[in-house]
Structure formats: C-alpha cells, structure tokens
Ligand binder design. Sequence first.
Ligand code: AKB
Length: 315
Amino acid sequence: MPKYILIIGACGQIGTELTLTLREKHGGDHVIASDIREGNDELMQSGPFEILDATNYDALEEVIAYYEISEVYLMAAMLSATAEKFPMRAWNLNMNTLFNVLNLAKDKKIDKIFWPSSIAVFGPNTPKDDTPQNTIMEPSTVYGISKQSGERWCEYYFNKFNVDVRSIRYPGLISWKTMPGGGTTDYAVEIYHKALAEKSYTCFLEEDTKLPMMFMDDAIRATLQIMEAPEENIKERSAYNLAAMSFTPKEMAESIKAVIPEFKITYEPDFRQEIANSWPSSIDDSKAQKDWNWQAEFDLEKTTKAMLENLKNRV
Ligand code: AKB
C-alpha cells in the first residue's frame, strides 16, 4: 500500500523544507502540504496543497479521509515571542491541533504522528549546561508551557491508546529557504540576511546569550530519522533532546566576520532576552544518539558558509 503523508503548517520555516524533502523521497503526489495560507512557488508546484485550519477537527478529518493519509507531521504552532503577546491564541492553536491529530490516531484514522517539541520546555530552574533528557523543566513562557503539556499528552496517548507519536525538542533552527516567524532564536537567521544586505545587524539579545542551535539540514535529517526508526527503538514517548551546536550572538558575528570582514553587530536587547535567559545554553542529546543513531553534521562555521552561499545565490 502506498503511504500518503499530510504536513500541517507546510509553509512555515520547518514545514517548507520538510515537505520538499519528503516529496523527493516519496514522490510529490504522496505528500499533501497544508496551511492556512499558500507557500512559496517551489512548495506550491511540487505536489498537492490544501488550505486547512487544523484547529477545525471536521476539516482536518475530511482531508485525511480524502487523501487516505496514514502519517501526519504537525508543524503548525505559535512560537515563543509571539505567544507571549497572544497567550490564549497560542494555547488554542498549539494544543487543539495536537488533540485533533492525537484523537484521529486514537480512532485509527491515521497510523503515525510527528509533533515537534522545543528546548522551550525547559525553564529558569533547569540545569543550563548539557541539559539532561530528564530533569527539572518548569517552563516560564506560554509557548514552553504548551510544549511541555503537549509532551505529556503525547506520552499519555502512547501509554493509554498505543498511539505512535514521535517528537524531538528542536533547538533554534537556522535556514535560508523560509524565514522563521515569532521565535526568540530568530536572530540567528535575520543576522545572515542583514549581513549580506547591510553589512550590519542590531541583535535583540545580549552578546553573551548562549543558546542551542541547529542548521535546518540537520533538523530535517533528525525528523526523518526518528520517524523511520523501528517502533521498539523509540524509548522516549514525550520528546527527545536534540543538539548540534551552541553559541552566543557575539560568536556568531565573529563567524560572519571571517567571511565578511566589514560586518558590524550592535545589541539592543528587548523582551525576548528574558525568554532566552530562561532556556538552556547546551543540550545533552545522548539518548537520541543511542536510541536512533542521531549525529549532527553542521557546526557554526559550516552553517555560516552554507547560509551566506545560499542566500547570496538567491539574491
Ligand atoms: C523559538 O525561538 O520560539 C523557537 C524554539 C526554540 O522553539 N525557535
């Protein structure tokens, strides 16, 4: 039986690249992209697309039945910075979409789910360095609270109803195809655009704010790897810690200066500083390495090279 996959939130930062990669792997017609708005030309032209508000259970169920979907990647979410401005909207979007998908799996209308968690599940009382898989969490942001609750619900649906849901705690993601929107780690993408266009960037975090980050190619590889792993290898049914690199805005600026010597960075921290201060500096992902052979490939230098080259070629 051919497998049909639905991506919810396909036009966002992760969704776009995930959809294109899955289409390359399974064939365009087998991967249905959906979002509340249309995406870029590459996404729209490479396979089927549906306008879909996944908070609407009936609309979601209809798309799943029509395309005979067996696997869902739920990438729609309101990220940390925007969620602080619209707490109830963030809670409703982040939780209701998850419940809709979990309930479809519970009722055997789909077989497998990917749902992204985040380093935002951790909070100010979490050990900051090499944050372990299992530790104090106590998130202090709306987004973090929704992700931690989501993790608990995923584990609950696995334990009670045998729902095959898999999740990773993404660090800040750096990509050139689609801009991020509304996150605290977004500076690490904006900086490359500004470095090329204006040779300068004003960062909304302080120079020494160290956060865990990852290049998008690694994030997509991890997502496919956890979804393809044999069921018995997935020992964490909340979400796996995932890591690649950790750096400060100052270190990132240095890596850009190595390529663009005239690049200048200034700092004007805003409300996002408090969010960043509550998150870990680095993550211990040894469980993901052990259970499904995770290994990151991109460090800061490789990421800077890939970002600047790809963005330059696009302009
Ligand atoms: C954000 O900054 O909100 C996200 C995340 C770390 O989940 N990039």
